[in-house]
Design a protein around this ligand. Sequence first.
Ligand code: NAP
Length: 278
Amino acid sequence: MDSYLVIGNPVAHSKSPHIHARFASLTGQTLTYERLQVEPGHFAARMRELIDQGLKGCNVTVPFKLEACALAQERSDRVHLAGAANTLSFQAGRIQADNTDGIGLVRDIEVNAGQTLRGSRVLLLGAGGAAAGALGPLLLAGPAQLVVSNRTEAKARELVARHHAHASLQAALSRTELLALPLDASLPAFDVVINATAGSLAGAAPPIAASALQPNALVYDMMYGPAAQAFLQWAATQGARPRDGLGMLVEQAAESFFIWRGVRPPTAPVLAHLRQGG
Ligand code: NAP
């Protein structure tokens, strides 16, 4: 039976085994999918052992996404742009890397939340791994303006510069004004605000002023569960439409499943089940 894993540290909380088991059952695929916690410094060696044992692929989560990118012999455009990988596939001893986080985010926003990104004004908060994974797919969705803003401003500028330089996105960039702006009250108002910071975990105050929200803006936190609630409740009190990152989690998993199995699983029943506490 083909076997897959999610590898991270910590990883005990991961919902990926449950999600992939549901995908397998819904599509009639036969596979196993487990969690594996690896100690920092042991990622590459453990991967080689697993490949030798016949592992077909794995999802990679914090803190190994950069190492997963470095370990691969083949990298998708999305990985080149993000500098990080969350999906590895193993074929004939070679490691292929992809990053499905950003496409998962875009699908959740456009398909599940029904928010059109083309022509809209989007604010991406954060410049860490999650923001880096999201920026390329967000650009390809063709917003009129895409602003990256981060506590450490230089990281936002570097992320934007890296994307400006990427030739394969020139067509999208010509339609989109891509900017890094300081994270302060002078931000203009946006149709979509995406929180890709870890600030909610630390109980940080909302990172933007209410004036950054257009009436009825979609306010998205990549986090889900209790940590996302303070930011999303603040957004709701401003008249915005709040959405947590649970749909992104399911959609990025679906894209990984498609890469490995060549079959696109239905996501709506899996997301609905998770929302009911499943
Ligand atoms: P990361 O690489 O460590 O980056 C953390 C980011 O948060 C940086 O931009 C950092 O700013 C900012 N930050 C941290 N504490 C802050 C605070 N108190 N106030 C303001 N900004 C703060 O982490 P990551 O991998 O990008 O993950 C970010 C979040 O996305 C995590 O909560 C993760 O759970 C979530 N995520 C969700 C999914 C999903 O499927 N739903 C997928 C991937 C990630 P500085 O640069 O200034 O340090």
